[in-house]
Design a protein around this ligand. Structure first.
Ligand SMILES: Nc1nc2c(ncn2[C@@H]2O[C@H](COP(=O)(O)OP(=O)(O)OP(=O)(O)O)[C@@H](O)[C@H]2O)c(=O)[nH]1
Length: 349
């Protein structure tokens, strides 16, 4: 005796149903000829014109329908495929299983015809008449609901994976964009902010409200061309990197060292008083002088001239630059390797 034939008839039947379901036979909602005859006997027939809406998705209803003639379109909404039902096929059967409930699809008569309409009361009479046939019908119906549910879960899982992939892609793109933006703001050689970085930083600071006390230092290498000419461009590059490192080492977390271009740098610092700006400038000058005392060739750095001032956060970059540049110009004229201060009244403090 094999296992299949040892099982009680109901289990064998449901196994067969499951097999049939997996074979795809269960996905259609058709009545057998005998079932149709039974339904036709108890249901009330209703003639429906093409285009007439039977119910909307979400409407509550307790009625099941069987198509006797014509066609019905079921619309599940979103991006789910609509279904077209023809004679012998049924819909709204959940009404018989769970009573009044929200319809999961909208239904429209797409081609005039006749529907068999069943309420719970008629269904109960049918159960009394032919319980075996109705049990088969209900089992099939439940199986269909389960299969639909499983297919929905599969679709949701797939959709979830697609969304996760899209999200990962978005993260990667955002990261890439941030990196690109950082690169656009940064000077390749020194790693300091470049002029564009400074401009963007100032725009962002203005949008957030500028700090009240600010000082600006302009730093320019002295006779830098000579370093290039005597020791080569690579040695010149290293000198620029040394100057950048000195600015980086003196800058606090709120300060902004920047290479404006060529051998010109600036340092925007949080400072309420000239003394702080001057201390920064002294550090820069004395560090370059200290490095220049090392017996190294090519030289690790070159002398620098520094111009400094306090700036008015309400005025613009050109005004700030003009002040600091006046001081820098004086430092150059006096032979370089020194710091000059510019007061806001264009006098010397
Ligand atoms: N090695 C190197 N040289 C650069 C770079 N950018 C600009 N330069 C050179 O920097 C030199 C700047 O020359 P100038 O503006 O005459 O400045 P200077 O020789 O320091 O003269 P003063 O400022 O008057 O003391 C030029 O020769 C440029 O070619 C760079 O990225 N690397």
């Amino acid at each position: 005796m094999n296992r299949q034939s040892a099982a009680p008839p109901s289990v064998r039947a449901s196994n067969a149903l499951l097999d049939a379901a997996h074979a795809g036979a269960m996905t259609t909602a058709s009545l057998t000829a005998d079932e149709y005859a039974l339904f036709a006997e108890f249901a009330s027939a209703r003639r429906v014109q093409g285009g007439e809406r039977l119910f909307h998705r979400g409407d509550h209803g307790a009625t099941m329908f069987v198509v006797a003639q014509g066609r019905v379109e079921l619309d599940f909404g979103d991006d789910l495929t609509a279904k077209l039902l023809g004679p012998g096929e049924f819909f709204g059967e959940l009404a018989l299983l769970i009573g009044d409930h929200a319809r999961s699809a909208g239904a429209v008569m797409s081609e005039s015809g006749v529907l068999l309409v069943l309420q719970q009361a008629e269904f109960e009479k049918m159960v009394e008449r032919n319980p075996r046939m109705l049990a088969q019908f209900l089992r099939r119906t439940i199986m269909r609901v389960v299969l639909n549910e499983q297919s929905l879960i599969r679709r949701l899982r797939l959709r979830n994976e697609e969304l996760q992939n899209a999200l990962d892609h978005l993260h990667a793109t955002t990261h890439q964009l941030n990196k690109t933006e950082e690169l656009v703001r940064t000077d390749d050689l020194t790693g300091l902010y470049n002029r564009r970085g400074l401009t963007l930083h100032l725009q962002e600071s203005r949008a957030l409200g500028m700090a009240p006390g600010l000082g600006l230092l302009l730093i320019d290498c002295d006779r830098f061309k000579q370093v290039n000419d005597e020791h080569g461009h690579l040695a010149g590059d290293r000198v620029l990197q040394s100057v950048a490192n000195i600015l980086r080492s003196v800058a606090g977390p709120e300060d902004m060292p920047c290479r404006l271009g060529g051998d010109e740098f600036c340092l925007l610092i949080a400072a309420e008083h000239p003394e702080k700006v001057k201390r920064y400038a002294d550090f820069i000058i004395s560090t370059t002088q200290g490095l220049l005392m090392l017996p190294q060739s090519p030289p690790p750095v070159c002398p620098v001239s520094v111009g400094g001032c306090l700036i008015d956060p309400a005025s613009d970059w050109n005004a700030w630059y003009g002040l600091a540049d006046a001081a820098l110009y004086r430092a150059k004229r006096l032979g370089g390797n020194r710091f000059e201060w510019q007061g806001s009244d264009a006098g010397h403090d």
